[in-house]
Design a protein around this ligand. Structure first.
Ligand code: SAM
Length: 262
């Protein structure tokens, strides 16, 4: 079966990297794991004997039926589905625990998958994901760095992330045009600690980062806040009036969010 580039099919053929991905997930013996996009089973083959049960979600019908023939159904359930429609909450409820997630992601839908995992956070414990290096750089970026932006704050709001290792295109068949980085994400949402409501705070972050070249104050003004309330809120939150969203920590965003509300 020739690889389908429109489904992001770049298959991992570096055995050492596969072992590192599975090791990065930590001990999952006796526990349920979800694999996103098992493809030809490179990760599946190493992971299946080491976890309690593996749910592998594959969108390509031909690969899904081949995987079904390759793996024993008592250990590996192959789900032929678009992962963006997969119900992580139901899978977690059926397993009776929060799930670990692993995947060499189809890069054409990386951001939607990350947002889907964030929205499913209550069902998840941790994820080890391979993404395009530039995306991993953005996800794990710190305030003030070149790569820090809306994707960084959104992902980091749901728990700490750490970059693990990077692979060259030659680790895959066919080789993609980009390097790939594996990162780990531990789901520990920060809403309670920051004292913010999930959806309104996410909407506020989108407003703050609306236009990259504008200052934070200008983005807030464009969203309808008055100049006086912005100046007062920035001052009471100890934020430079000329600051850009790209320089703020999540704690500063939360302080500003509260100040603007009051
Ligand atoms: N895990 C395999 C590996 O490492 O060799 C394959 C990884 S490949 C980068 C991405 C896989 O995701 C492919 O098997 C592709 O068919 C599958 N895929 C693409 N879109 C998908 C979707 N919306 N839902 C689930 N799987 C998808």
């Amino acid at each position: 079966m020739p690889p389908k580039s429109k489904l992001g099919q770049n298959f991992l053929h570096d055995a050492a990297a596969t072992q590192r991905i599975v090791a990065a997930l930590g001990d999952c013996s006796g526990h349920s794991v979800v694999e996103i996009g098992p493809g030809r089973g490179a990760i599946t083959r190493v992971l299946a004997p080491r976890c309690g049960h593996l749910l592998a979600i594959e969108f390509d019908p031909e690969l899904a039926s081949r995987l079904r023939a390759d793996f024993p159904p008592d250990r590996v359930t192959i789900v032929h589905q678009d992962v963006l429609h997969f119900d992580f909450a139901a899978a977690s409820a059926a397993a009776g625990e929060r799930l670990a997630v692993v995947g060499n992601l189809p890069y054409y839908i990386t951001s939607p998958i990350l947002l889907k995992l964030a929205a499913s956070h209550a069902a998840l414990d941790r994820a080890v994901l391979m993404v395009q290096r530039e995306v991993a750089d953005r996800v794990t970026a710190s305030p003030g760095s070149r790569d820090y932006g809306l994707l960084s704050v959104t992902v980091q709001l749901y728990g700490p992330v750490e970059s693990l290792f990077t692979l060259p295109p030659s680790a895959f068949s066919p080789p993609p045009q980009v390097h790939s980085t594996v990162f780990r994400w531990r789901f520990a949402p920060r809403f309670a600690e920051l004292g913010v409501e999930e959806n309104s705070f996410l909407a506020f972050l989108r407003t703050a980062f609306a236009q990259k070249r504008k200052t934070l104050a200008n983005n807030l003004r464009a969203a309808g806040y008055s100049s006086q309330s912005i100046a007062a809120a920035l001052s009471s939150s100890a934020i430079d009036p000329k600051a850009r969203a790209e320089s703020l920590t999540l704690e500063s965003f939360a302080a500003l969010f509260h100040a603007l509300k009051s």
